[in-house]
Design a protein around this ligand. Structure first.
Ligand code: NAI
Length: 468
């Protein structure tokens, strides 16, 4: 039996590509080495972390946010086992959902480690060592990414004391102290989870800002909010060593500009210094597939590698390592393989940090526009002036919109606030249609909603907001 497409990896890139290709009439096989589908995102990443972020926020609210609303409740007690059971059930329902989609779309799934033998042929080695060859016109590499570790530092991750994000969603008890190496997305999300559950969290970050690459105003204000929540920060600090100690572990860092070393102890240390493309054991070298200088599979504008019939999408190729970017690439590639014109607009990929408040962003930051020499205008609106936010005691944060000075076309949107991750999409849709801040400001928004702050920020961009 020969397939139209064989997809290696069933994360958001791979499984979505498989479903779309099958919907378009192609005969599809997937290869997955995990026992369940869905990749890092569904099994040990986005989905379980969101279950814990939600549950830990509820716990925090129950302990701190209720009496101001007139609800007097006794201090909540944590049942970490049940919280983890909620997380596991969430994962199960999602990975089962992917299995259902494979069945529904008549996609053949092969359990085992896939290796490209040559263009058109993939070998699958099952856990019991049995090898099976499958053939297909096209092969898609969708193997995702793995923990990168700390560049130049030998760290032994045991997932108990020195943990990656995988251990960070599965601790058996709340550590008294947690050091997070890396103030990026994973560090701040999982740092928030354990901080809310009672750990004293300290972040050590190389850059002089958290969430490097985000709009500068957003990261500065957000850091202040997290500090208020009790998280400590050491910025411009380069971690040079992480070692197990008698009790817990030790983290050594030095100022990036030079200076004395500092060593901190903690019960648990989370390493959250980025991820790297996962290409090991795939047979890429033998198949002649070229990698770029950062170890990513090199592709052209249509996801094709240098070898005919072999394609790649998601974290294993260039671009942001985001599940939704991988999904959209999966759809575009399926369309291309079915003879259509698949396309992803990389200018409009939202990104969300699921902390409290949430951080959401799409398009350009102010720093990027400055660096590119683009003349722009800024409109901002704080949630303190939004009626719904006041009613919900969710006044932390603001909306910021950046538009071209000449044309008023919206070039970027940034939101810090409750529900930011949902609100960002109206700016994304507007940007997809090349809309202006006036278009957004003149669109009727339901009252009272948090989204009115988006409209007001748009009004502030092209003229003046009403409520400020
Ligand atoms: P990241 O790239 O977001 O952050 C890593 C941080 O570690 C950077 O700020 C970097 O400067 C710092 N760092 C590196 N070496 C260091 C050293 N020696 N000492 C101190 N700091 C150091 O990577 P992260 O948080 O591990 O996430 C990995 C990937 O997963 C990212 O691409 C992220 O976008 C994605 N992800 C996305 C989520 C979301 O969209 N909500 C959630 C979780 C992960």
């Amino acid at each position: 039996m020969s397939y139209d497409v064989i997809i290696i990896g069933t994360g958001p890139g791979g499984y979505v590509c498989a479903v779309k290709a099958a919907q378009l009439g192609l005969k599809v096989a997937v290869v997955e080495k995990r026992a369940t589908y869905g990749g890092t995102c569904l099994n040990v990443g986005c989905i379980p972390s969101k279950a814990l972020l939600h549950a830990s926020e509820m716990f925090h609210q129950a302990g701190h946010g209720m009496s101001a609303l007139g609800i007097d409740v006794p201090a909540p007690t944590l049942n970490l086992g049940n919280m983890m059971a909620h997380k596991d059930a969430t994962v199960k329902s999602n990975v089962d959902g992917v299995a259902f989609l494979f069945k529904k779309n008549k996609i053949d799934a092969f359990q085992g480690t896939g290796k490209i033998v040559s263009a058109g042929k993939v070998s699958v080695t099952a856990d019991d060592g049995k090898v099976q060859d499958i053939e297909g016109k096209n092969i898609v590499i969708a193997t995702g990414s793995d923990v990168a570790g700390i560049p130049g530092v030998q760290v032994e991750i045991d997932e108990k004391t020195i943990i990656s994000s995988t251990g960070g969603i599965a601790l058996e008890k709340v550590p008294e102290t947690l050091i997070v190496v890396g103030g990026g997305v994973i560090g701040l999300e999982l740092g928030s989870v354990w901080s809310r559950l009672g750990a004293k969290v300290t972040v050590v970050e190389y850059l002089d800002t958290i969430l490097g690459g985000m709009d500068g105003e957003v990261s500065k204000q957000f850091q202040r909010m997290l500090a208020k929540q009790g998280i400590d920060f050491n910025l411009s600090a380069k971690v040079t060593g992480v070692e197990k100690a008698d009790k817990g572990a030790k983290v050594t860092f030095e100022p990036v500009k030079g200076g004395d070393k500092v060593t901190l102890d903690a019960e648990v240390v989370l390493i959250a210094t980025g991820r790297k493309p996962y290409t090991a054991g795939l047979g890429l070298e033998e198949a002649g597939v070229t990698l770029d200088n950062r170890g990513r599979v090199e592709i052209d504008g249509h996801y094709k590698t240098n070898v005919d019939g072999i394609y790649a999408i998601g974290d294993v190729v260039k671009g942001p390592m985001l599940a939704h970017k991988a999904e959209d690439e999966g759809v575009a590639l399926a369309e291309i393989l079915a003879g259509q014109h698949g396309h992803v607009n990389y200018e409009v990929i939202p990104s969300v940090v699921y902390t409290q408040p949430e951080i959401a962003s799409v398009g350009k930051t102010e720093e990027e526009l400055k660096a590119a020499g683009v003349a722009y205008k800024v409109g901002k609106f704080p949630f303190t002036a939004n009626g719904r936010a006041r009613a919900m005691l969710a006044t932390d944060g603001f909306v910021k919109i950046l538009a071209d000075k000449e044309t008023d076309r919206v070039l970027g949107g940034h939101i810090v606030g409750f529900g930011a991750g949902e609100m960002i999409h109206e700016i994304a849709v507007l940007m997809e249609f090349g809309g202006s801040s006036e278009d957004l400001g003149r669109t009727c928004h339901a009252h009272p909603t948090m989204s009115e702050a988006v409209k007001e920020a748009a009004l502030a961009t092209f003229f003046k907001p009403i409520h400020m």
